[in-house]
Design a protein around this ligand. Structure first.
Ligand SMILES: [Zn+2]
Length: 210
């Protein structure tokens, strides 16, 4: 896809995400990998009102080439790309239900949400929790980088998800699947659940390798 088309796609997905209340204010950011750098949503920009011409254009070293300054959370995106050669896009949201789950005290940091549906297993897989660090702390990027090689989706504690995909569409859909699964898990809290069995999960990984 051409850079012009990718710019339009970032704007369209941003508006869709914002209009459905999956992010708010100027929170949330989207990036796409180009052959010689990245496109990234700007700092202090609402995902609902992005301008394709003002997206931050970074070179291969992550330096701003044109457009507005990139999101202050660009380091989260770059940490994902650094460890995932196949990642073409990264989405980070402060989506309400995912953030709610990230604030729970009794999480398994190696497997935050149970396998309640096939689509969650196929699009997200095993979600890991990144310990809490203040925004902008270099330790946060390092913590994401350590997990990114094995996980395309991570949940930042008391903060929100960071999800990579082989395309912008794949990254957005996986982030939405994660948000809906977080919502379902909160709805089902306290109920006796029939989870997918380990065999059923293994069969999904066999049929739909990520
Ligand atoms: Zn954030």
């Amino acid at each position: 896809m051409s850079e012009a088309k990718l710019r339009e796609a970032i704007v369209a997905f941003g508006r869709s995400i914002f209009d459905r209340g999956l992010t708010f204010g100027s929170s949330g950011n989207i990036s796409v990998r180009l052959d010689d750098g990245w496109l990234m949503t700007p700092t202090n920009a609402s995902l609902g009102r992005l301008d394709p011409a003002r997206l931050a254009r970074l070179d291969g070293e992550g330096r701003l080439v044109s457009g507005d300054a990139p999101t202050k959370e660009s380091f989260l995106h770059l940490a994902m790309y650094r460890e995932r050669a196949t990642a073409r896009a990264v989405v980070h949201l402060h989506s309400t239900h995912s953030v709610a789950v990230s604030c729970l005290a009794d999480l398994d940091p190696q497997d935050v949400l149970p396998p309640i549906t096939a689509y969650y297993v196929m699009r997200v897989g095993r979600l890991v929790l990144v310990p809490y660090y203040p925004p902008g702390d270099p330790e946060l990027a390092e913590a994401v980088r350590r997990l990114a090689g094995r996980h395309h989706a991570v949940l930042l504690a008391n903060h929100g998800p960071v999800v990579a995909g082989g395309s912008l569409e794949a990254a957005v859909y996986a982030t939405e699947e994660l948000e809906e699964t977080a919502k379902l898990c909160l709805l089902l809290r306290g109920e006796k659940l029939r989870l997918l069995t380990p065999e059923q999960v293994a069969e999904l990984y066999r049929r739909f390798p990520s």
